[in-house]
Design a protein around this ligand. Structure first.
Ligand SMILES: Nc1ncnc2c1ncn2[C@@H]1O[C@H](COP(=O)(O)OP(=O)(O)O)[C@@H](O)[C@H]1O
Ligand SMILES: [Mg+2]
Length: 378
């Protein structure tokens, strides 16, 4: 598939006088790998710039240079047309460049307000005592300004992961950033929380500031971004306004392969479809509304959607971990009553929970019989 003729390189998308933040010819090597091979990048004022590319393309390395975490081997940066060196993340922050990394850096046992003011001077009363009333009030004002309703006094560990992610973002707003860099920010957000984030992004944009947005969710990029730059193997493949791109063009630029729908259809048809093993008809449960599908031998069936869309709830209902309100589940054509995880296991249905890693090891324990996170008694 040919690239759209409008896809150009970074240097050609913005007129010179409209560049807020600019990188030229960035190279960066790690032992045995050249992560960036002469990348140009330009952020325009009042725009949301998506940075896309497959795993290992160099996205995180690029933003780590733009946020002062790494120094480039070669290349230069300019802010408002003036050359600058960012020797540390603090230096970047002092220039108004705020980066939200995917990993949370919140102190779980401190309150929202204490986290928001972590590492920055807290309001003080006479004799150097912390002015708690002022601290809570200023945190409340930051939350209010971002359209968030989060109690400043709540300890972090009491909040859902998505809300914690929003606190992580709010934390950067003690001093409002001119450039906001977000690395895969919606991975832990529900549909509702993503709307809050998009409101925050649109507010920054309306003030004439810039946002760099890393995501592999195509629909999100088309919803929120104005411009996209595609990286592949450490090189900038192209930069173009989203209005001139399609998901297929972006996918092609990311992989160098033709991934058009026609090709995918050919691939699917070429795979022999085995017998039906699982069929779900008109399933209703908490968070699940009238879901039907069938799964055949040899197939991997993917469920796509944002957090809160009901993907986990479908799986948990089929696994008997949450009650089915209506609908039928058939295994090899036979209706089955999966009323508990034990019944599901007895029928050969297994489940790997999304709650793995730190959450399981710290606050939650999985039940040895049904493998579900155990909160209280199983
Ligand atoms: N600190 C590091 N040490 C060694 N190799 C690294 C380091 N950071 C990134 N890389 C390598 O550089 C390449 C680009 O990585 P990265 O910027 O993380 O890509 P992306 O964020 O697009 O997935 C990859 O091959 C990765 O393995
Ligand atoms: Mg990355």
């Amino acid at each position: 598939m040919a690239l759209a003729p409008s896809v150009s390189h970074a240097a050609e998308v913005f007129p010179m006088e409209k560049i807020l933040f600019e990188a030229q010819g960035l190279t960066k090597s790690f032992p045995g790998v050249k992560a960036l091979k002469g990348v140009d990048f330009q952020l325009g004022p009042g725009s949301v710039h998506a940075l896309v590319g497959e795993n290992g393309a160099g996205k995180s390395t690029l933003i780590k240079i733009l946020s002062g975490v790494y120094q480039p081997d070669q290349g230069s940066l300019k802010l408002d047309g003036t050359p600058l060196t960012l020797e540390s993340p603090r230096a970047a922050r002092n220039h108004g460049i705020l980066t939200i990394h995917q990993e949370l850096s919140l102190a779980q046992n401190l309150s929202v307000a204490e986290n928001v003011f972590l590492g920055v001077p807290k309001p003080k009363r006479r004799l150097g005592m912390i002015d708690w009333a002022e601290l809570y009030e200023r945190t409340q004002a930051i939350m209010h300004g971002l359209g968030l309703d989060i109690d400043p006094k709540q300890p972090i560990h009491r909040l859902k992961i998505g809300t914690q992610q929003l606190v992580e973002i709010a934390k950067g707003f003690v001093v409002e950033p001119r450039i906001l860099i977000l690395d895969e920010p919606t991975a832990a957000l529900s549909v509702h929380e993503t709307e809050f984030l998009f409101n925050i992004i649109n507010n920054i944009k309306a003030k004439g500031f810039g946002v760099i947005y890393i995501s592999h969710r195509m629909e999100e990029i088309f919803e929120i971004a104005d411009v996209a730059t595609v990286l592949r193997d450490g090189s900038e493949i192209g930069t173009a306004p989203l209005s001139e791109l399609t998901p297929d063009i972006i996918a092609h630029m990311m992989t160098g392969k033709d991934t058009s729908m026609v090709d995918r259809a050919t691939f699917r048809d070429g795979v022999a479809r085995g017998d039906e093993v699982l069929r779900v008809e008109n399933l209703y449960a908490a968070g699940v509304n009238d879901v039907s599908f069938s799964l055949h031998r040899g197939e991997i069936l993917g469920f796509a959607g944002l957090m809160g869309a009901g993907r986990s709830e479908i799986a948990q209902t089929i696994y008997g971990a949450q009650a089915k309100h209506a609908g039928e589940i058939y295994l090899k054509g036979r209706p089955v009553a999966v009323s508990s995880p034990q019944a599901a296991l007895a029928n050969g249905i297994g489940y790997t929970t999304e709650v793995r890693g730190w959450q399981l090891s710290s606050s939650l324990q999985s039940c040895p019989r049904c493998l579900m996170p155990r909160i209280g008694s199983c």
